[in-house]
Write a new protein. Structure first.
Length: 260
């Protein structure tokens, strides 16, 4: 399908979704997030998703200069944009049945920061930085940042990011546990695709169950996590990939997973 604001392509078993507004540092109007959500609904058999940005930025935030967040009542317009466009896409990433990787070059700011960190694994270029800039324009964090950042880096660091509005370089983000890894800028595209391809070659059903169990466990208690794991294991145990994994283990060979 052809989109206006993103590119969607298959790279083997990986669905690559590229934010494609490089002249605006991939500032995201509501329609861009709608296109991302549509593409996530059209995986066409893909077993992993890679989200990246065209040009020298991942995403500089919502496109506040595009007019979609203005009108006679900007507060109501912004609320509608979040409720009807941005937030449902972030929920779609959380509910995605396959692993999601993000590749960040340059700024991941505002809701672009939330989008990058919504992935299961975020890999960044050494040019990347993460920014909660809302305080600088008299707004509050959105895109799930107030939920996500304290869980990733703790309350003190998350509070500093939001209240001070200062850039967090990629290396610092890695050291804090905010992201998975940092690579040289010219190595980012290959490294991110290799990571997504590795995930796409894994036991797809089990990986999907894992990512959902992790998400639920963040808000649940220990006993609930144990029960959820048991249910997930029941499902995973009935897959062809589970049978292949067991056979490969006994035969002392590398398993070949098919995603079923």
């Amino acid at each position: 399908m052809t989109y206006q604001h993103i590119l969607a392509e298959a790279r083997g078993d990986v669905r690559v979704l590229t934010l494609n507004r490089p002249e605006r540092l991939n500032a995201a109007p509501p329609a861009l997030f709608d296109e991302l959500r549509d593409a996530l609904d059209r995986l066409d058999g893909a077993r992993a998703v890679l989200i990246t940005g065209a040009g020298r930025a991942f995403c500089s935030g919502a496109d506040v200069a595009g007019g979609a967040l203005d009108g006679d009542d900007p507060g109501t317009a912004t609320h509608a944009a979040l409720t009807d466009h941005y937030n449902p896409t972030l929920v779609a990433i959380a509910d995605c049945p396959v692993p999601v990787v993000s590749a960040v070059r340059g700024p991941a700011a505002g809701i672009g920061c939330s989008l990058a960190l919504a992935a299961d694994l975020c890999i960044a270029s050494d040019t990347a930085y993460f920014l909660q800039a809302f305080v600088n324009i008299g707004l509050v964090p959105d895109g799930g940042a107030t939920w996500m950042l304290p869980r990733l880096i703790g309350r003190a660091r998350a509070t500093a990011m939001m209240l001070l509005g200062e850039r967090v370089p990629a290396a610092t983000a890695r050291d804090w546990g905010m992201i998975h890894d940092v690579v040289a800028d010219d190595a980012l595209d290959a490294a991110a695709l290799a990571l997504a391809t590795r995930l796409a070659a894994g036991p797809t059903v089990a990986l999907g169950l894992m990512r959902r169990a992790i998400g639920r466990a963040l808000d649940g208690d220990y006993a609930g996590a144990l029960a959820a794991e048991a249910e997930a294991q029941r499902t995973a145990r009935g897959t062809a990939d589970s049978r292949e994994g067991g056979a490969a283990f006994l035969a002392k060979r590398t398993p070949v997973f098919t995603g079923r």
